[in-house]
Unconditional design. Structure first.
Length: 164
């Protein structure tokens, strides 16, 4: 890919990873509007347990928090709140995602948001060699080690999903 073409698809998240010299690879797909992460994993032939989604919440204190969890799992709101020292957290309304994060729904990633929010990655990621997360815009996924995702987003690992 020509340098100018590559620069066109660089997202804020990619530029941040490049600045920090954190290695990653990209997966791209055609997409003009929001589709959920399970559909993306199916389109790209990726195993669900390696693809993670980024959820943004607001605590009782009105502070924002970011949680990164496997796409086929559900955020345990009580465990999530406890992991960030809040009484409770609630999902951020879709209409507020861009204003709070700088990313649109479906392109939201923990790396390079408008502000640095307290971030937790589900502990299940620690055992994986690589995980795949949104790349900062529709049509782009980033693959990197869970430890590098944590380093790039100042995240900690926590037990934040429901267990069957």
């Amino acid at each position: 890919m020509a340098k100018s073409e590559e620069a066109k698809i660089k997202t804020n998240a990619m530029r941040m990873l490049d600045r920090k010299k954190i290695p990653y690879s990209t997966h791209t797909y055609e997409c003009d509007e929001f589709i959920d992460a399970i559909q993306i994993a199916d389109m790209l032939g990726l195993p669900y347990e390696r693809v993670y989604k980024t959820l943004v919440t607001q605590g009782a204190s009105k502070n924002y928090y970011v949680f990164v969890i496997p796409i086929a799992k559900e955020l345990d709101m009580k465990a999530a709140a406890k992991s960030v020292g809040e009484k409770s957290v609630a999902m951020l309304h879709v209409k507020d995602i861009l204003a709070v994060t700088g990313y649109i729904r479906g392109g939201c990633t923990a790396i390079g948001m408008k502000k640095q929010y307290v971030t937790r990655i589900d502990r299940s990621a620690e055992q994986l060699e690589n995980i795949i997360v949104s790349g900062g815009k529709l049509g782009v996924q980033l693959e990197l080690t869970p430890q590098n995702l944590a380093a790039a987003s100042n995240a900690e690992f926590a037990d934040i999903i429901f267990h069957a």
